[in-house]
Design a protein around this ligand. Structure first.
Ligand SMILES: Cc1cc2nc3c(=O)[nH]c(=O)nc-3n(C[C@H](O)[C@H](O)[C@H](O)COP(=O)(O)OP(=O)(O)OC[C@H]3O[C@@H](n4cnc5c(N)ncnc54)[C@H](O)[C@@H]3O)c2cc1C
Length: 409
């Protein structure tokens, strides 16, 4: 019997992937299967950060996966990165999820920023600043976290971020508190979303800044414990910022650009879904392997596998289409499809893990096997901001019944 990990999630030929894409995705899959899978149980048990995995990612050039070639990166596009992340998640969900936080700091400042409207001086300044940012990753192996959530409605885009960046001579003083900061205590930089405002100024989402705050800057503190249900290796503790000074070059995007990106490049928020697609595949792969080991004769089991496969195919097909459509100014249909893909992936991952346990039976959920970890990890997907399952439902419902700008009954 061939091991499911021998085959990619998406066959390159059938999905029109070129040689370079297929090669990078295969390398990510191999790294996950050979290095990350054997370490996953330990980091899950101890809720510890997979530091060795990050060394492997750095050595494989994958910390720079979306950094443009001229800056020393692998220049993977959005689709290629998403496919590679899904492959890693088959072996370790926590590594794939935290890798996403890091990679977004390069994707958003890189290819995504290239699609945004900026005047020439602003673009030149951005180019100079992102050169510093990319160099830290390529030359020094720096790791970036992405702490946005504050436990209020800011991460879903409903209100401005409470974390404030007060303009001062030469830069900003940042004060605020971020919850669920994956990579806390292990990142070199926190890519913080905050609201630029002077003491007497009101907060506006348009004034969101995306700042790289060095982890060891004065005034940065990681607080609280971390003992959650799933995704334990992400080490997503609380990070507090008290009057932390950063200079102007800390701006990962120019003023106003995060707001423009969030409005015009919505797929920037779909990048958490590859992790959960990989987990969905892992739940299915586990079931097939487990039943082939002597339990496949039962028609009941065969029907359960059929049901799982159908759900998996549905999720994968929708997800691939939505991820392929990532671009600036997508059509309303593409935007709604992205929400639908996020919702489907997050819900299907946990549904498949549930079915896998029911189908494989009691022994399958022992701690010595990965399925119960997949079950717990997959539960986290639908609560991840900004596109929680509830946010997706709300937006799909509203967007299907109202055209843009329409109000009333
Ligand atoms: C394993 C894991 C890792 C994570 N890593 C990160 C990370 O690295 N960076 C990061 O920024 N976050 C991270 N998160 C946080 C995640 O994205 C959510 O922000 C978090 O789970 C929200 O938890 P909550 O209980 O506050 O959520 P919720 O109860 O869902 O809501 C938070 C707030 O948003 C409001 N809200 C929710 N839905 C809506 C809506 N539709 N409209 C208006 N307001 C709404 C609520 O009223 C509430 O005030 C992580 C979460 C997990 C589980």
């Amino acid at each position: 019997m061939s091991d499911a990990l021998d085959t990619p999630l998406f066959d390159p030929l059938a999905h029109h992937l070129n040689h370079g894409q297929a090669d990078l995705i295969a390398r990510a899959r191999k790294l996950g299967a050979e290095r990350f899978a054997p370490r996953a149980a330990l980091h899950d048990r101890d809720a510890s950060f997979p530091t060795e995995n990050y060394r492997d990612l750095r050595d494989a050039g994958l910390l720079a996966v979306c950094i443009p070639q001229q800056h020393g990166g692998l220049a993977a596009d959005y689709l290629t990165y998403a496919l590679a992340a899904a492959e890693i998640a088959r072996s370790c969900g926590a590594t794939a999820l935290t890798w996403n936080m890091h990679v977004c700091s390069t994707l958003w400042t890189g290819a995504l920023a290239d699609d945004l409207d900026m005047d020439a001086p602003t673009r030149a300044e951005h180019e100079r600043r992102r050169t510093l940012h990319f160099r830290r990753i390529v030359a020094e192996g720096a790791i970036y976290a992405q702490p946005f959530s504050e436990g209020n409605a800011s991460a879903v885009g409903a209100i401005p971020f409470g974390t404030a960046a007060k303009p001062v001579d030469g830069g900003w003083l940042v004060t605020g508190r971020k919850v669920f900061a994956s990579l806390s205590g292990h990142a070199d930089y926190y890519g913080v979303l905050c609201t630029e405002r002077a003491d007497d100024e009101g907060a506006s989402r348009r004034n969101t800044l995306y700042l790289a705050i060095p982890a060891h800057a004065e005034g940065v503190a990681v607080v609280g414990d971390w003992d959650p249900l799933g995704m334990r290796g992400t080490v997503s503790r609380t990070v507090e910022f008290s009057d932390v000074f950063v200079g102007h070059d800390a701006a990962l995007m120019p003023r106003g650009m995060y707001f423009q990106a969030a409005t015009r490049w919505p797929h920037m928020f779909l990048t958490l879904s590859p992790t959960y697609l990989g987990l969905a595949q892992a739940a299915y792969d586990f079931t097939v392997r487990y039943l082939r080991g002597g339990r496949r004769g039962s028609v009941v089991k065969q029907l359960a596998v059929a049901e799982m496969r159908i759900k998996l195919e549905q999720a994968k097909t929708l997800w691939f289409q939505a991820v392929s459509e990532a671009r600036v100014d997508p059509t309303p249909e593409q935007r709604l499809r992205a929400y639908a893909a996020q919702f489907t992936t997050m819900e299907t991952a946990n549904d498949l893990a549930r079915l896998a346990i029911r189908t494989c039976g009691g022994h399958s959920m022992l701690k010595s096997l990965p399925l119960e970890r997949i079950y717990r990890d997959s539960r986290c997907g639908s609560l991840m901001a900004p596109w929680t399952a509830e946010v997706c439902l709300e937006r799909i419902g509203h967007g299907s019944l109202y055209n843009e700008g329409e109000t009333g009954g």
